[in-house]
Design a binder for this molecule. Structure first.
Ligand code: 2BA
Length: 114
């Protein structure tokens, strides 16, 4: 990797999709690190994958993310969500998007392997 043309890709995905995704990425030669994380809204475990790559590899990585991470909808009891609390005992479950992925692509100023 050469300084100046590097990007850090930050991918937030469900645990299940992230396991498949990191296998695909590493299998195709892309470096990747998986960190356990928690969604602020649903407060469910998810996974954050970091991958530092050349700028011209970004589109290929995003294509792999699209193949491995499927967005779907689930119904979640309102009581399990922050901000609502016990006053919502009779409320209907609400529809939320789960799966899929959130992707940030960030410029890397400097990379060192020490
Ligand atoms: P959570 O914060 O647990 O959000 C899970 C899903 O709940 C979101 O899916 C979205 O569909 C829904 N949601 C989030 N906030 C909401 C709200 N205020 N009202 C109604 N529905 C809401 P995604 O958008 O696919 O996000 C999946 C996970 O990615 C998030 O989990 C969070 O961990 C992360 N994420 C999403 N956007 C982010 C951002 N801009 N910065 C940092 N992390 C982000």
């Amino acid at each position: 990797m050469q300084n100046g043309h590097l990007k850090l890709i930050v991918i937030i995905a469900s645990d299940t999709d992230a396991d498949k995704l990191i296998k695909r990425l590493v299998g195709q030669g892309y470096p990747a690190t998986k960190i356990s994380s928690t969604g602020g809204f649903l407060r469910k475990g998810n996974a954050t994958i970091l991958s530092g790559v050349e700028a011209d590899e970004v589109d290929q990585i995003i294509a792999i993310v699209r193949q491995e991470c499927y967005a779907r909808t689930e119904y979640v009891p309102v009581q399990t969500l922050p901000f609502f609390g016990e006053g919502s005992v009779l409320a209907e479950p609400i529809e939320v998007r789960v799966g899929g992925a959130i992707v940030f692509v960030v410029d890397v100023e400097r990379f060192e392997r020490i």
